[in-house]
Design a binder for this molecule. Structure first.
Ligand SMILES: [Zn+2]
Ligand SMILES: [Zn+2]
Length: 396
């Protein structure tokens, strides 16, 4: 292993831009790269920076259909067509200029992170522009054009990886990778998220009872948390579920989607996390990568709509953990100036912030985690029962 960690920086990913009135702002990624550089994390010994090329059609088609690629390409070049069928139109997924090229560079950056880790060039690699986990094989969804985490996973399987664990900490259910690998026993998907279908909270899937298809029972694990869950409840459930299920799966590679729309101030969701939770989640995931996946950790960004005040701090904390670096709590002055110029308002001056207040939902979280683990153990037992007759088939 020649390197500790790599940051994938693809400046062209800035074209992934739904427009000024859309919550997913490309500046969130640019300000993350800037904060990582302002801290000097990119110059830590063992840390490298990688560029990326757009993923080609064959790579995108490991997950997506030809029709969807063609529609995305044509719609993004101004052609008229039945684009609503592919998820495009007013609302979450407006058609924007060069959509195909934008989605392809984001996917290419996640594949580059996967390549660097799978070949052993580096132990950990992070594509902050990635994590577009709602896109489905034949349609865009939830601001996501191409499903870069699923594409990176499919690409690693094609390259010979046998087992991959995907852990999704975005506030929204990781429905794309779960659906894409639903019936594939080679991929474990674990998602911890806000779950409130009665309130119409997006995407509405991610119930505890979703556990994988008939050929892959137990390959999906969901931790659905109530609105209002804050640091204590979230971290307790995360620690109770994620390490044991990933360890038991024993993956070749750990892939994580690090959405930070779980933050108390996020405008699109209702959890109450603070940066302290991200710092601790990063430590747990890092230890897990070394303990369960020989250190191989491919990380992507994800949701997070406080694009100046939260996202860059959250993802810098994660990348510092990957790089094994300890950062001064005070943010570099040069970065604060840049961020405040873009936001036209004040940004926090430190990585840390006051811990969140406990809410009644925090008291429910341990019960949710216990129910998840009971369900997981039941699937495991059922598997062994059905597996036994096969073992006896060649008997005397
Ligand atoms: Zn999200
Ligand atoms: Zn490490």
């Amino acid at each position: 292993m020649s390197g500790l960690a790599a940051l994938v920086v693809a400046p062209e990913a800035k074209i992934y831009d739904h427009g000024m009135r859309h919550p997913l702002r490309p500046l969130r990624v640019v300000l993350t790269w800037d904060l990582i550089a302002a801290y000097g994390l990119d110059r830590v010994p063992g840390v490298s920076q990688l560029g990326a090329e757009p993923a080609d059609d064959d790579t995108l088609m490991l997950v997506h259909t030809r029709d969807f690629l063609d529609a995305t390409r044509e719609a993004g070049h101004g052609a008229d067509g039945p684009w609503g069928r592919f998820g495009y139109g007013p609302g979450d997924n407006p058609i924007f200029d060069r959509m195909h090229e934008a989605g392809a560079i984001v996917a290419g950056a996640s594949v580059e992170a996967a390549r660097a880790v799978l070949t052993g060039d580096v132990a950990h690699a992070f594509n902050a522009a990635g994590g577009l986990h709602h896109a489905m094989p034949d349609r865009a969804s939830g601001f996501c054009v191409y499903d870069d985490p699923a594409i990176a996973i499919a690409w690693m399987l094609q390259q010979g990886a046998e087992r991959i664990a995907y852990v999704d900490v975005d506030v929204h259910h990781g429905d794309g990778p779960q659906a894409i690998f639903w019936n594939d026993p080679r991929v474990l998907t674990v998602s911890i998220h806000e779950y409130a279908p009665e309130l119409g909270f997006f995407p509405g899937t991610g119930a505890l009872s979703e556990r994988g298809g008939p050929d892959a029972p137990g390959s999906a694990v969901n931790v659905p948390l109530a609105p209002g869950t804050s640091d204590d409840g979230w971290l307790g459930a995360f620690r109770a579920v994620v390490p044991p299920v990933v360890r038991a799966f024993s993956p070749d590679v750990l892939v994580t989607q690090l959405g930070c729309d779980t933050h108390a101030s996020d405008p699109l969701a209702h959890l109450g996390l603070t940066t302290g939770a991200y710092r601790q989640a990063a430590v747990v995931l890092h230890e897990l990568a070394h303990e369960a996946a020989a250190g191989r950790w491919v990380a992507t960004g994800g949701g997070g709509y406080q694009w100046a005040t939260v996202v860059p701090r959250a993802w810098t904390l994660y990348f510092a953990e990957m790089a094994g670096a300890t950062l001064p709590d005070e943010l570099p002055e040069s970065w604060i100036e840049r961020a405040e110029f873009e936001l036209r308002a004040a940004v926090p001056a430190t990585l840390s912030e006051p811990a969140s207040h406990r809410s009644p939902a925090d008291d429910e979280a341990p019960d949710v985690a216990a129910a998840v683990m009971r369900g997981w153990a039941e699937v495991d037992r059922a598997e062994q029962v059905t597996a036994r007759p096969h073992e006896d088939e060649g008997g005397p």
